[in-house]
Design a protein around this ligand. Structure first.
Ligand code: GDP
Length: 299
């Protein structure tokens, strides 16, 4: 279960309504389908691409009827995800040690929670995890992260509020190297300041980390709230233009009927969605599996 019951219900209901009583995929069906996808936050561009593909299939296969529509939709969505997401892997961390994940995203999207869940997941895999509290802008951010560190029982490196984020990141890496840590997860400030500031801050953290580990960070994980629709798209645009984002985590998919955002975001930004958040507990993080995702939408 990928925690997508609401999205499934939304999409599935609408699609079955669209095809009810029809025997052929005609323009009406396509119009309804288009509306369904857009309402699930797949995004206009991606929706149009999907509709185009189905139109093409409908033309090629003269007798395409609506009962086949679901299957075709499923396979088109799957191939679209395959084009735009990384190969599936149950072990998302490479052999590099320490493997450094820099986590970016706006406040409130579930960044801290996602870091806690990741720490829990890696720890469960037998890895030694270290957190770095480089969001020094808000005292609450450090406190929240500390609570998660205690909950999951992993160490955390922090400094006083207002400290230089790059210095915290450097300390964290230094501690990781001397303590034989496998995975380092660095939190960064989540205020949506202007893009130049954001860029400068993130590149400084990068630069300083690279003094110690030239290929760090190995992953820049952008956390987005999957229930915020177009806001998530806008934030993805901001962050991908401010820094080199290598993977995405979409949170709060349990509470939304708009899980189509996973499809739209990966199609538009060509950055793999690596994790999805489907609840508030530490076990509520899934490694994104496109086959399972599509299956769960159409099951
Ligand atoms: P941050 O400001 O980005 O660090 O956000 P937090 O990690 O503090 O999360 C903000 C709120 O969203 C908290 O109440 C979390 O419990 C909640 N949250 C985070 N991830 C999920 C998720 O996947 N599903 C649900 N339902 N809630 C989530």
């Amino acid at each position: 279960d990928q925690g997508l019951a609401k999205t499934k219900e939304n999409l599935f209901k609408r699609i079955s309504r669209a095809v009810a009583g029809k025997t052929k995929v005609d323009d009406d069906v396509l119009d309804d389908l288009e509306e369904s996808l857009i309402s699930a936050d797949v995004g206009v561009e991606t929706t149009l691409r999907i509709i185009e593909r189905i139109q093409k299939r409908a033309k090629e296969e003269k007798y395409l009827n609506t009962s086949e529509l679901n299957n075709i939709l499923k396979s088109e969505i799957l191939s679209m995800l395959a084009e735009n997401t990384a190969p599936e892997s149950k072990d998302p961390v490479q052999a590099t040690k320490p493997y450094v994940i820099m986590v970016v995203g706006v406040n409130g999207v579930g960044k801290t929670t996602t870091i806690g869940k990741l720490a829990y997941m890696f720890k469960n895999q037998g890895k030694k995890v270290l957190l770095g509290a480089a969001d020094t802008f808000r005292a609450a951010a450090v406190d929240q992260l500390t609570i998660w560190a205690e909950r999951v029982d992993v160490p955390i490196v922090k400094q006083q509020m207002g400290a230089d984020p790059a210095s915290v990141a450097f300390d964290t890496l230094k501690s990781a190297v001397s303590n034989d840590i496998d995975v380092v997860i660095i939190d960064t400030a989540g205020r949506l300041h202007n893009k130049v500031n954001l860029m400068n801050e993130l590149s400084k953290i990068r630069r300083v980390m690279q003094k110690l580990l030239p290929d760090a960070p190995h992953e820049v994980l952008l956390v987005l709230d999957g229930s915020t629709g177009q806001n998530a798209f806008m934030q993805a645009k901001e962050f991908t233009s401010a820094t080199d984002v290598t993977a995405m985590a979409l949170t709060k998919l349990d509470g939304t009927a708009k899980g189509g955002v996973v499809l739209g975001i990966s199609d538009q930004f060509k950055i793999p969605v690596k994790y999805i958040g489907v609840g508030e507990k530490m076990t509520d993080l899934k490694i994104f599996d496109r086959t399972e995702f599509v299956e769960s939408l159409f099951r």
